[in-house]
Write a protein that binds this ligand. Structure first.
Ligand SMILES: [Ca+2]
Ligand SMILES: [Ca+2]
Length: 244
C-alpha cells in the first residue's frame, strides 16, 4: 500500500517536473534586434501602421500550406487603452486563448501593471498539412465581442485586422495589426467609439505563415522585400531609439 503510494507520488512528481520543463523550454521571446525589425513599422498613436512599402496580405488567407512545428506568435506592441485579449482558431476549430491582458509597461500606450513584455511569444502548436489560422481580438477582454479577419463577421461590419509580409532574419513573417474600437473613423453616437482606425491596438508577428497578396507590389515594395531597405530601416530605428 505504502509502496504503491510512493510509486504514485514519484510518477506524479515526474509528470509535474516534465510539464514544468516543457513550459520553461517553450518560453518564447524575440531578441531585441528581431523585435525592432517588426516594430519599425508600428507608428505612434493615431497613425496607421506604416505598411506602404510592405506587401499587404488578405488577413483571411493566412495559412501554413505544408503544416508547421511549434508555430510561433510574438507580441510586438500595443497602442490601446483597452486591456485586450487575443484568441486563435485553427481550421475553424474551437477558439483558444493566446493572451488575456495585452498591456505592457513598455508599449505605446503603457500600463504600469501590464503583464506583457515586448517581443514575448506564444506557441500555437504543431499541425500537419494545410493549416489555416484565424485570430480574434476581444476588445477590453469582452466575453462576447470579437474582431477577426472577415469584416462582415465583425460587430460593426468593418475591417479590424491588417496583415503584411515582412522578411526578417532571412525568413518570411506576417505582421498583423488590429483596431479595437467599434465603428467608422471618428464616428460617435450609438455603439460608435470614435475610432481612430490606426490598427496598432495589438500588433503581433507570426513566423513562417503565408497569405495571398491583396494587390500587386509597387517597385519600392519589391526592393524592401528583397532586403534593400534594411540599411535604411536600421538608420530609422537608431534615430527613433535616440529620440525615445
Ligand atoms: Ca495599453
Ligand atoms: Ca485604434
Amino acid at each position: 500500500m505504502q509502496s504503491k503510494f510512493l510509486t504514485g507520488l514519484i510518477i506524479a512528481t515526474a509528470s509535474v517536473t516534465s510539464i514544468f520543463y516543457t513550459t520553461t523550454a517553450r518560453a518564447l521571446q524575440l531578441s531585441n534586434s528581431m523585435w525592432a525589425e517588426f516594430n519599425q513599422y508600428v507608428q505612434q498613436e493615431r497613425l496607421q501602421l506604416q505598411g506602404a512599402e510592405l506587401l499587404e496580405l488578405d488577413p483571411t488567407s493566412l495559412r501554413w500550406a505544408n503544416g508547421v512545428n511549434d508555430a510561433e506568435i510574438y507580441f510586438i506592441n500595443e497602442g490601446a487603452s483597452f486591456r485586450n485579449a487575443l484568441y486563435y482558431s485553427v481550421n475553424n476549430g474551437p477558439e483558444q486563448l493566446i493572451w488575456g491582458d495585452i498591456a505592457s509597461p513598455n508599449s505605446i500606450i503603457k500600463e504600469a501593471n501590464g503583464p506583457m513584455s515586448l517581443g514575448q511569444g506564444f506557441s500555437l502548436g504543431s499541425y500537419q498539412g494545410d493549416t489555416q489560422l484565424s485570430l480574434f481580438l476581444a476588445p477590453n477582454g469582452s466575453n462576447t465581442r470579437r474582431y477577426g479577419a472577415v469584416a462582415e463577421n465583425n460587430p460593426d461590419g468593418l475591417q479590424h485586422m491588417v496583415a503584411y509580409n515582412v522578411k526578417a532574419g532571412g525568413e518570411n513573417w506576417v505582421l498583423i495589426g488590429f483596431e479595437d474600437l467599434f465603428g467608422a473613423k471618428g464616428a460617435t453616437g450609438g455603439s460608435n467609439q470614435k475610432s481612430d482606425r490606426d490598427f496598432n491596438d495589438v500588433v503581433v508577428a507570426i513566423r513562417g505563415i503565408e497569405g495571398t497578396a491583396v494587390g500587386v507590389p509597387e517597385p519600392s515594395a519589391m526592393l524592401a522585400l528583397l532586403g534593400v531597405g534594411s540599411f535604411l530601416g536600421l538608420r530609422r530605428r537608431h534615430q527613433s531609439t535616440n529620440e525615445a
